[in-house]
Design a protein around this ligand. Structure first.
Ligand SMILES: Cc1cc2nc3c(=O)[nH]c(=O)nc-3n(C[C@H](O)[C@H](O)[C@H](O)COP(=O)(O)OP(=O)(O)OC[C@H]3O[C@@H](n4cnc5c(N)ncnc54)[C@H](O)[C@@H]3O)c2cc1C
Ligand SMILES: NC(=O)c1ccc[n+]([C@@H]2O[C@H](COP(=O)([O-])OP(=O)(O)OC[C@H]3O[C@@H](n4cnc5c(N)ncnc54)[C@H](OP(=O)(O)O)[C@@H]3O)[C@@H](O)[C@H]2O)c1
Length: 276
């Protein structure tokens, strides 16, 4: 991989100073297409759980090659976590997938995004709808105390093609449920508010099908013992492909929910997990 070497006296002339470099502390590969990693956090970086930043490496031309990434860790964490695809011919991830602890990446400390609590009106139940790496912002929000302060019930749905693609999310939800520090921060019993609803579409699993279809035919509501989605009580955040976002937006609007934004809080918000 391209290394962002620290600027030594000898190298100072040739290697540009990169004030936005952060050090990789941990890497875990989940499948041949998915990995997660943690990096040091710039002391000055403040963000709201659910936001994204630009991260990357130095390109072959010596210029930063940056892509948008949701921060998967919560705002209180002393490190930053990311959950990433590996696109074999992708300009960034063909290289990024090879990072190891001790390597450096570039992180532009300007967090933005719509998947934030401020963009929603108060409600009783929040739905997080994710496909693929769209789980990343919810990995942050599921560890954010405000999620449990604001809502009585937190439903996270995750649809992937294959069972192994659910592993990062499944293990995270399990770990959150047993996390003593979170229980101390949020209050004992917070874990009972989490409902986890994983589905696969191309490999056999206990729950098969696109979440959009399972919402439309009522399966989700029957499975969870809920009598539907209503604008008065339900709020939603959505993160997946453009096609997924488009389809679920129509379904939520059909239930009477309206799309909100930071400047105009309403009943649901949407963010792209990737473009294309
Ligand atoms: C707001 C926002 C947040 C994002 N957050 C994340 C994140 O948390 N984790 C993450 O892995 N990616 C995320 N992405 C996508 C990311 O910016 C890059 O596209 C991705 O890292 C691949 O970069 P690349 O240069 O290797 O390939 P690119 O040239 O960027 O993409 C090549 C092709 O690969 C496919 N692709 C790209 N990203 C994904 C993906 N995440 N899942 C499935 N297919 C994909 C698309 O078909 C795309 O056209 C986000 C994108 C946006 C717009
Ligand atoms: N995942 C893989 O094993 C794999 C392998 C090689 C290449 N790729 C390529 O990588 C890209 C991204 O693949 P991905 O699997 O990460 O993301 P994806 O294609 O967005 O699929 C992720 C999950 O979302 C579902 N989904 C897609 N569109 C939807 C919609 N409109 N409404 C409801 N659910 C929807 C998919 O179901 P469906 O299965 O029904 O589409 C799948 O379960 C694709 O271009 C793909 O060709 C993927």
């Amino acid at each position: 991989m391209t290394e962002l070497r620290p600027v030594t006296e000898a190298a100072a002339v040739k290697v540009p100073t990169l004030p936005d470099a952060q050090t990789v502390t941990h890497v875990r590969h989940w499948t041949d297409r998915l990995f997660s990693f943690r990096v040091t956090r710039p002391a000055s970086l403040r963000f709201r759980s659910g936001e994204f930043v630009m991260i990357g490496l130095l390109g072959d031309n010596g210029k930063p090659l940056l892509r948008a990434y949701s921060i998967a860790s919560p705002s209180w964490d002393e490190e930053l976590e990311f959950y990433s695809i590996k696109v074999q011919d992708g300009p960034l991830t063909s290289k990024l997938q090879h990072i190891e602890p001790g390597d450096q990446i570039i992180l532009r400390p300007k967090p933005v995004g719509t998947l934030v609590h401020d963009a929603l009106l108060p409600g009783k139940r929040i739905w997080f709808f994710a496909t693929g790496t769209g789980f990343a912002p919810f990995a942050s929000l599921l560890r954010e105390p405000q999620t449990y302060e604001d809502y009585d019930e937190v439903i996270i749905t995750h649809t992937c093609r294959e069972v192994a693609e659910l592993d990062y999310g499944r293990q995270l939800v399990d770990a959150i449920r047993q996390d003593e520090m979170l229980a101390e921060l949020i209050g004992a019993g917070f874990a009972d508010k989490i409902r986890y609803y994983p589905t696969t579409t191309r490999e056999e699993s206990p729950r098969m099908g696109r979440i959009t279809e399972l919402l439309q035919d009522g399966t989700v509501f029957r499975d969870l013992g809920i009598d539907g989605i209503r604008p008065k009580t339900d709020r939603a955040m959505v993160c997946g492909s453009l096609a997924f976002n488009h389809d679920i937006k129509a379904i939520l609007e059909g239930f009477g929910l309206r799309e909100g934004a930071n400047s105009d809080p309403r009943e649901f918000v949407v963010e792209k997990a990737f473009v294309g």
